[in-house]
Design a protein around this ligand. Structure first.
Ligand SMILES: *Cc1c(COP(=O)(O)O)cnc(C)c1O
Length: 234
């Protein structure tokens, strides 16, 4: 079942689009099943759950005495508190959900202290819901100004692109408006900041219910959970 959906998605998605399997609230066995179907990128949204799965995999490797699932990649897509960085940053290859200057600065400091450059996406807020976190477009450009100016802020951050969510609605025109706004921010950064543009290639938009629309707006990464793994038991 999981395998069939992964295969179908791989046929449907353009070769330039990465499939990020959102495994939050699903057991490790589901991740193994997807991995067997060729899936390599998995995303979690809670530090504790990510860490539990990483540790579980380490235990399996110890038992087996090999490097089981050696090329699995973890992404982080949830709200990240600055006191939880050490539970997340050592294990993930990309943080999608950097939604404040405070968090960005904390990640940069962690990278400096640990001799690492962290790949991140910036999350602007474009959806209509008040509750959703994220930057205003102008805050994104301020960060890019600081990163590309002579002061060269954020030396331990690699800016990989933009992540975003559309308003939760059945109104397709609203979803299109939101994806269009996210695409415009991504493009404006690429055009206005040539020194970061080389790395700034990713546009992480599209989930189970709206990824076909996101593809029309230039998505390079779709984050799909329930369609692959089924409904989540919160
Ligand atoms: C849970 C989650 C997803 C996956 O949502 P589905 O509707 O299950 O595909 C994608 N992105 C983020 C940020 C999430 O928290």
């Amino acid at each position: 079942m999981i395998k069939d959906i992964i295969n179908t998605l791989n046929k449907e998605l353009p070769a330039t689009v990465k499939l990020v399997a959102v495994s939050k609230f699903h057991p490790f066995e589901s991740i193994e099943e997807a991995y067997e179907a060729g899936q390599r990128i998995f995303a979690e949204s809670r530090p504790q759950e990510l860490l539990a799965k990483v540790r579980h995999l380490e235990e399996i490797r110890l038992e087996r005495g090999d490097d089981y699932m050696a090329d699995i990649k973890w992404h982080f897509i949830g709200h990240l508190q600055t006191n939880k960085l050490k539970m997340v940053l050592p294990y993930v290859s990309l943080v999608h959900s950097v939604d404040s200057e405070r968090l960005l600065t904390a990640i940069d400091s962690w990278g400096a202290a640990n001799g690492k450059v962290i790949d991140v996406l910036l999350e602007p807020h474009v959806a209509s819901e008040e509750s959703k976190q994220g930057f205003s477009p102008s805050e994104i450009y301020d960060i890019m100004d600081a990163a590309s100016s002579d002061e060269r802020r954020y030396g331990n951050i690699r800016f990989k692109g933009i992540m975003g969510m559309a308003t939760f609605t059945d109104d397709e025109s609203v979803i299109r408006r939101d994806f269009s706004a996210l695409r415009d921010i991504h493009e404006k950064v690429r055009l206005s900041y040539p020194s970061v543009a080389e790395d700034f290639t990713e546009l992480s938009i599209g989930m189970s219910d709206d990824y076909p629309i996101a593809l029309e707006y230039g998505s390079t990464m779709v984050r799909i959970g329930s369609m692959i793994f089924g409904a989540r038991n919160y």
